[in-house]
Ligand binder design. Structure first.
Ligand code: ADP
Ligand code: MG
Length: 263
């Protein structure tokens, strides 16, 4: 089984001088099992700062598990994961540090239904970051404006459409000032007419220079913003390439089959 991963050397010598220029995320030989089931097999992945990576692959191939390992929503059993220069171990302090750097957006929004939109956005900054309430609210309004729904601030999630709720989820993640954003199929629970408003926000975020790792089958989004597309199957990274090459010239039969099914 070949895996055409991009090697760590690509970061170049200049980057080694500046700790900030090291990889945003590094996974080396990462393996994970659910009981007997070998869900991640020797994952090697280097996410450089400012990179926008789209991860695709069949259902059950391990995409969610892979990105959930990055902020320890899932625990890997073998190999190394280094996030923003911090090695992910069982050290809870380090896990907390990593979670401060990494924002996550899920398929099903995961907003708190009993809190207003504004409260959803200020909860973690106030309680985790110890930010004064006033300051947290100002920051939240700034991000709600950025995702174009400041007027919804005092409503509850149940009063918003799916697309609006997902934009709130993005704003909420941004309120923690992350350096890396993970998205797990952010548009796949949305009605078709709401997909674009969420993708537009993600495109804006990409243009702002955010490091993004996005599990999605929105291939238009991949072509527009990704600098790299990764194809996973059966717990492995089978193939990766820049979008144009990935779509027009896939190398592996499994990639070809997958693309023929979704395009
Ligand atoms: P994808 O996101 O690519 O659809 P997942 O990472 O969600 O794939 O799942 C990969 C495989 O791991 C699937 O076969 C799934 O059933 C299995 N799996 C996921 N989560 C668990 C879990 N908590 N316990 C056991 N098996 C799991
Ligand atoms: Mg998934």
């Amino acid at each position: 089984e070949t895996s055409a991963h991009i090697s760590a050397d690509e970061n170049g010598a200049a980057d080694m001088m500046d700790p900030n220029a090291g990889p945003a995320v590094e996974m080396r030989g990462v393996n994970k099992w659910f009981g007997e089931f070998h869900v991640l097999r020797d994952i090697n992945l280097n996410v450089r700062r400012g990179e926008r990576i789209v991860v695709c692959g069949p259902s059950g191939s391990g995409k969610s598990t892979m990105i959930r390992c990055i902020n320890r929503l899932e625990e890997h059993q073998k190999g190394d994961i280094i996030v923003d220069g911090i090695e992910l171990t069982n050290d809870l302090k380090k896990i907390d540090e990593i979670r401060r750097e990494v924002g996550m957006v899920f398929q099903h929004f995961n907003l708190f239904p009993h809190l207003t939109i504004l409260e959803n956005c200020t909860l973690a900054p106030i309680w985790v970051r110890k930010m004064p309430k006033r300051e947290a609210e100002e920051a939240a309004m700034h991000y709600l404006e950025r995702v174009k729904i400041p007027e919804q601030a005092n409503k509850y999630p149940g009063q918003l459409s799916g697309g609006q709720q997902q934009r709130v989820a993005i704003a909420r993640a941004l309120c923690m000032n992350p350096r890396i954003m993970l998205f797990d199929e952010p548009t796949s629970a949305l009605d078709p007419e709401m997909i674009k408003e969420v993708l537009d926000v993600m495109v804006d975020l990409a243009k702002s220079g955010m490091t993004m790792l996005v599990v999605t089958h929105e291939m238009g989004f991949a072509r527009q913003v990704a600098n790299r597309v990764i194809f996973m199957d059966a717990g492995q990274i089978v193939e990766q390439n820049e979008p144009e090459q990935f779509f027009t010239n896939p190398q592996h039969d499994r990639t070809k089959l997958f693309l023929s099914q979704i395009l």
